[in-house]
Write a protein that binds this ligand. Structure first.
Ligand code: BTN
Length: 238
């Protein structure tokens, strides 16, 4: 696997529909691993499971990176990326981040960043990341599924960009056991009541992740189910 240093080249756009869409076009045209697209503003930012992602212009890091080629060593990429985001944020502000499986980044129970990975294996993945950097509480849309927060504390979009490029370069090549161990340390759901829908539905208590990155949930009657990230929508009940 070639080592990827993210951020070179960087394509910055003032406005675009979605940086993931621009990065996808670049990936399909053969852009190198490490290329990054950023924007001040998105008009059709995409979130997970078909949802929209929006942020006031200039107040969030809107970032899409190309990673290629993909192989089995990237199997835990959806877990590694939010760990990189945690590291990047903690490098610029005195904060402690956790990950809400599969890949939301939380500070004190509020979402500060989201990840949307779109891939065409084995050729490429576009790693889309949105980090709320300096969005005021009253600037978040009212209909958000989770409470939202910003990094704040004087952090800047360029500062987090630099920090994220560096952190991501390390995390995409971390061995699986390190990724799993770090995710388990930052797991925001451990021991919490969750309910899921999608591939069936149910509820129970989150009991960490298995070695494939699935969320293990203990259901009533001491049963256990392993939920795949692409398959379910999760609700956190307590
Ligand atoms: C989520 O939490 O649902 C994922 C949000 C991902 C948003 C980022 S912003 C930059 C990139 N471009 C997009 O259209 N989406 C991702």
């Amino acid at each position: 696997m070639t080592l990827t240093g993210f951020g070179r080249p960087r394509h910055h756009l003032r406005t675009t529909d979605s940086t993931n869409e621009r990065a996808r076009e670049l990936a399909e045209a053969g852009a190198p691993s490490g290329a990054v697209v950023t924007a001040d503003e998105q008009t059709a930012g995409r979130g997970r499971r078909g949802r929209a992602w929006s942020a006031p212009p200039g107040k969030a890091l809107l970032y899409s990176a190309i990673l290629r080629d993909l192989d089995e060593r990237h199997a835990l990429l959806p877990l590694a990326v939010p760990l990189a985001v945690c590291e990047a944020i903690e490098a610029v502000a005195p904060l402690s981040c956790r990950v809400k499986w599969p890949n939301d980044v939380w500070i004190d129970g509020s979402k500060v960043a989201g990840v949307l990975i779109e891939a065409q294996p084995p050729d490429w993945a576009v790693i889309g990341i949105g980090v709320n950097v300096a969005i005021e509480p009253d600037e978040f849309p009212a209909e958000l599924r989770w409470p939202a927060t910003s990094v704040g504390r004087g952090a800047t979009v360029p500062g987090i960009l630099a920090s994220l490029n560096e952190a991501l370069s390390g995390w995409v090549v971390r061995p699986a056991d390190e990724t799993l161990a770090s995710f388990r340390e930052r797991d925001a759901l451990q021991g919490r009541e969750v309910a899921w829908a999608g591939a069936g539905e149910g509820n129970g208590v989150a009991r960490g992740i298995d070695d494939r990155g699935n969320l293990v949930v203990e259901t009533s009657g001491d049963g256990r189910v392993a939920l795949g990230a692409g398959e379910v929508t999760l609700r956190v009940d307590s």
